[in-house]
Design a protein around this ligand. Structure first.
Ligand SMILES: [Zn+2]
Length: 251
C-alpha cells in the first residue's frame, strides 16, 4: 500500500483515521456498543445483538428486526466531521479510515468504499448465517414492513442477520489485518470519538505510535492512550476535526 501511494502521491503523509461512536453522535446516532453504550446498560437490548441469543431465539430475532427497522441510522446524514474526512481524501492526501461504526456515514460523505475498513461490519448489508449470501438491509427491511417478522435467507432459508459483528462474534481477520497494516504504515494516526477501550481496535493507536506515527486523539474524555499521543484534543469533534484535518490537507 505505501509503495503505490508513494508513486501516486509523492511524499504526502499517509493519514489513518480511527473513528468511533463519537463522530456520529452529531448525526443523531447514539453510542450503542461502547463501554458506556446503550447496549451495555440494557441487558435485554444487548441480547438483540449477541450472536448466541440471536441464533437460538426467534423472539430475539423478531425484536432485533424491529430495532433495525426503527434505527436512527436510516435518516442520519454525514456531519461536518465526516465531511472533513472526505475533504482530506479529495485533497490528494492518502487517507485510510478504520471505523468502529457500522453506520456507513464515511462512505456517504464521499470517502471511497475501498478506503474504509469497517471493523464491526456494516448495518447496511444483511448476511445469511447459513450460506453467507448477502443482500441489502433496505430489501430485508422492506420484507419486515410487508409482514415478515424474521425474514429468512431467500437462497437457503437460513437465519439472516445484519452484516455487523455481534457480541460473541470475532472480527473479520482480513479487515483486522488490513487495519494493522495501515496502523503500522501511517505517518499520522487520528483517533476520533473513540474511548480507545475496546480491543483490538484501541491497540491500533498504540501500534501506530510504536511505528513512529504522530498520534492525535480527539475525544471528549481521557483515553488509555493519551500519554502516547503527540496531541490530545478535547474540543467538540464537529469543530476540532475539520480544523485539524484541513490543516493536515494544507500542510
Ligand atoms: Zn442462506
Amino acid at each position: 500500500m505505501s509503495a503505490d501511494e508513494s508513486t501516486e502521491q509523492g511524499k504526502r503523509p499517509l493519514v489513518a483515521l480511527l473513528s468511533g461512536a463519537g463522530i456520529s453522535t452529531d448525526s443523531g446516532i447514539p453510542d450503542y456498543r461502547g463501554p458506556q453504550g446503550l447496549w451495555k446498560r440494557d441487558p435485554e437490548a444487548e441480547k438483540l445483538v449477541t450472536y448466541g441469543h440471536y441464533m437460538a431465539d426467534a423472539d430475539v430475532r423478531r425484536r432485533s428486526w424491529r430495532m433495525r427497522r426503527d434505527s436512527p441510522v436510516w435518516a442520519a446524514k454525514p456531519n461536518g466531521a465526516h465531511e472533513a474526512v472526505a475533504r482530506l481524501e479529495r485533497s490528494g492526501t492518502p487517507v485510510r479510515v478504520i471505523t468502529q461504526n457500522v453506520d456507513g456515514l464515511h462512505q456517504l460523505a464521499g470517502v471511497p468504499e475501498r478506503k474504509v475498513l469497517e471493523l464491526h461490519g456494516t448495518s447496511r448489508t444483511v448476511v445469511c448465517t447459513g450460506c453467507d449470501a448477502r443482500g441489502t438491509m433496505a430489501d430485508a427491511l422492506a420484507r419486515v414492513e410487508a409482514g415478515e417478522a424474521d425474514p429468512a435467507c431467500e437462497s437457503c432459508g437460513g437465519i439472516l442477520k445484519s452484516a455487523t459483528v455481534m457480541f460473541g462474534q470475532a472480527l473479520d481477520p482480513e479487515v483486522l489485518s488490513q487495519a494493522i497494516a495501515v496502523a503500522k504504515a501511517c505517518d499520522v494516526f487520528v483517533a476520533v470519538g473513540t474511548s480507545l477501550q475496546v480491543q483490538p481496535a484501541a491497540s491500533l493507536a498504540g501500534l501506530a505510535a510504536e511505528h513512529g506515527a504522530r498520534l492525535i486523539i480527539v475525544n471528549a474524555e481521557p483515553t488509555p492512550y493519551d500519554a502516547l499521543a503527540t496531541e490530545v484534543v478535547r474540543d467538540p469533534i464537529g469543530i476540532a476535526l475539520p480544523a485539524l484535518l484541513d490543516a493536515l490537507a494544507g500542510g
